[in-house]
Design a protein around this ligand. Sequence first.
Ligand code: ATP
Ligand code: MG
Length: 481
Amino acid sequence: MTTFSEFGLSNNLVQSINNMGFEEPTPIQEKTIPLALEGKDLIGQAQTGTGKTAAFGIPLVEKVSIDVEQIQGIVVTPTRELAVQVAEELNKIGQFKKIRTLPIYGGQDINRQIKALKKRPQIIVGTPGRLIDHINRKTIRLQQVSMVVLDEADEMLNMGFVEDIEAILQEIPETRQTLLFSATMPKPIQALAQRFMRDPEIIKIKAKEITVPSIKQEYVEVHEKQKFDVLCRLLDIESPELAIVFGRTKRRVDELSEALNKRGYSAEGIHGDLTQAKRDSVLRQFKDGTIEVLVATDVAARGLDISGVTHVYNFDIPQDPESYVHRIGRTGRAGKAGLATTFVTPREIEHLKFIEHITKHKVERRSVPTLAEALEGQQRITMEKLLRVIEEEEIHQYRGLAEDLLNETDSVSLLSAALKLLTKEPNQTPVKLTEEAPLRVKKVKTETRPQNKRGKRIPKGNFEQRSRNHSSPRRKKGKSK
Ligand SMILES: Nc1ncnc2c1ncn2[C@@H]1O[C@H](COP(=O)(O)OP(=O)(O)OP(=O)(O)O)[C@@H](O)[C@H]1O
Ligand SMILES: [Mg+2]
């Protein structure tokens, strides 16, 4: 077993790693940190929630010099929220070395960013569009950058982002070190990546399956029209600490969060059409538990590390296996347990089989929960709350009242009434949801594969080497989800 101090890191880094509560490196950290410190280019693939951020963050912070007041390291992420999160982690790693990391992303006032850039951060973490904006305005100079990281690299090199990445890399000296990380690394994307790298080392953590064993994976076969009632029942039965519900489209997310609120759940939506201020506040409230259910498009599928997410529901089955892996990976992180439930309409069963085939993991079927089970779930919660109050709270001021009431009514009726009052009974308020068409497994012919803006053929979104019998429907990648 390796310890962090065996990497030969400077004391102030070891100190901050201790401060972060990391006792020993995770497997991906153990393998990649020494190679990255040596200056190697790397492609690092390891399951969701296994510490890839620190795997690149530690060598990055170690290598930048506090005496050089120029940007020396740059991390590119596909979403704004991830840029903020990664920058926070780098700031923690660099806290004693006093390395400054700045997130730079779209939707935030550019003048504010320009002002912050004047404070000379050594590392920036940004989304592609805004980075290019700053390059064009000459408000960032990347000539001193010696290390580049593409987090969620397969997403960054996928259609929609690859040209932006090329444009950013053109600004950075060729002598740079390039690191790519993701939980999924389709072979064609890996091949594409080699173009941007020098003799990269490919570090793949040997895992039987691409998904983490700490995530229990289930599916429920359900008709489109029943999906919402089933979701509410599952929420009642499972009573997640925090849950993420993934929907296919922005409209779906809006409708779902409104419908959940109507039925008495505290839910908010997040997607690419909301203002950044709204996105920030929704995420903040979710992290502090003010909101229990986050309804999201794939904008929240990658990288986000939110503690307390015990459940993920794929209200709509994801379009491709990669999306499935990343979505369910928002739970079961750093060894914690999680439950992921995917809603599959009868016509989508084939698509689920395809996901199972690619991820090499069988998703267990669970039966459609009944209304009675939902009520039982809520009653159990009430009972637990009640017993906790007896143990933990001062209740003697209520004893007199209780005795008076018991003189009038029998104890079972009295307690039943109290339990009813305290229980959130399954709510059947009618809600309106626009139906989604089922997702079908389509054969994708090579000739009809989509092209990017410059007319170059995009590599097929293969996960590994995909079977010839299956091919997934292509997702038209856009920059906002
Ligand atoms: N060595 C360690 N010991 C304990 N906890 C760690 C260690 N390294 C990272 N963590 C914690 O594990 C969690 C997951 O880490 P991280 O977000 O880097 O995962 P990831 O591999 O990037 O996942 P994803 O593929 O979803 O982006 C974080 O809360 C992080 O603080
Ligand atoms: Mg990550």
